[in-house]
Design a binder for this molecule. Sequence first.
Ligand SMILES: NC(=O)c1ccc[n+]([C@@H]2O[C@H](COP(=O)([O-])OP(=O)(O)OC[C@H]3O[C@@H](n4cnc5c(N)ncnc54)[C@H](OP(=O)(O)O)[C@@H]3O)[C@@H](O)[C@H]2O)c1
Length: 286
Amino acid sequence: MAKTVLITGATSGIGRAASLALAKQGYLVIIHGRNSGKTELIRKEIIAVSGNDQIYSVTADLYNLADVRRMCDEIHGQFSSLDILINNAGGLMGKERETTGEGFEKTFAVNVLAPFLITHLLMDLLVKSNDARIINVASNSHQLNAKPDFDDIQLENHYNPLCAYGNAKLFLIWNTQHLAAQLERDGVTNVRAYTIHPGAVATSFGIGSNLGPVLNFVSKLARSFFRSPETGADTMVYLTTEQNLPGKSGDYFVDRKLAKKSTKYFTPEREQLIWDYCLLQTGFRR
Ligand SMILES: NC(=O)c1ccc[n+]([C@@H]2O[C@H](COP(=O)([O-])OP(=O)(O)OC[C@H]3O[C@@H](n4cnc5c(N)ncnc54)[C@H](OP(=O)(O)O)[C@@H]3O)[C@@H](O)[C@H]2O)c1
């Protein structure tokens, strides 16, 4: 039977390229998008190009946790197990701080809270797989731009888009290693969790983010040197398909290799604080 993979943010860039690559390898792929028309177009395109008709779609606005819950209910109604969850959707916001309808800073909502909630809500499907993997798409921005303020996690006071993005990917990495340790403590050996940095990839990433004239110009210029979405998707495809992965659950990969995460702001207490904060904000109870 084909392995089942759910990829968020599959309507563009890296997620779209990974979905096509996995469809070509015979996976049952559930693609997530936020716009039903666009998601359906991509679903049809993947079927046509890959020749695999086991491609399904779900939609949710990941700025909206109520919508995330609805999507996960829908997935439970259609699928009885899940082998791979790729939390890929994410992004960089603009120079003005914006909040979601539920009151969360947008970078934090889409890069941290949404994957946190999706992972928790679908864990019962993942544990049914004999080799489940959660792949969270982080970024080396956690090394370059993070400067977390643990009294102001959603940057209400000194918002900066690059810092918000770096912090969000740092928190995603911490939540992933926290989850890995928790699964190990609970004796769950069939579910592993990883983070990756896909490289600098020429996608829609950052295009709509107004960072100001100088940074807008620099990022436009730099884009011509970026790798293709297919190359950007390679490490997540590798973590999905490779039987014998090096390292351990909770590790961080770049270009198929184990990589070092930033330890600059890390303490176990801060990791726990972010985890508890996400539990509180998402309202998730075990
Ligand atoms: N590109 C890079 O250089 C780079 C580097 C490091 C890390 N990353 C990470 O790689 C991941 C994929 O990014 P990408 O480069 O492929 O960017 P992209 O082309 O902008 O794709 C992002 C995907 O996420 C979806 N998405 C964004 N916000 C959403 C929301 N609120 N609700 C639902 N879906 C939402 C987008 O949907 P729409 O199609 O509807 O917009 C799209 O499918 C992100 O997590 C990003 O942070 C990218």
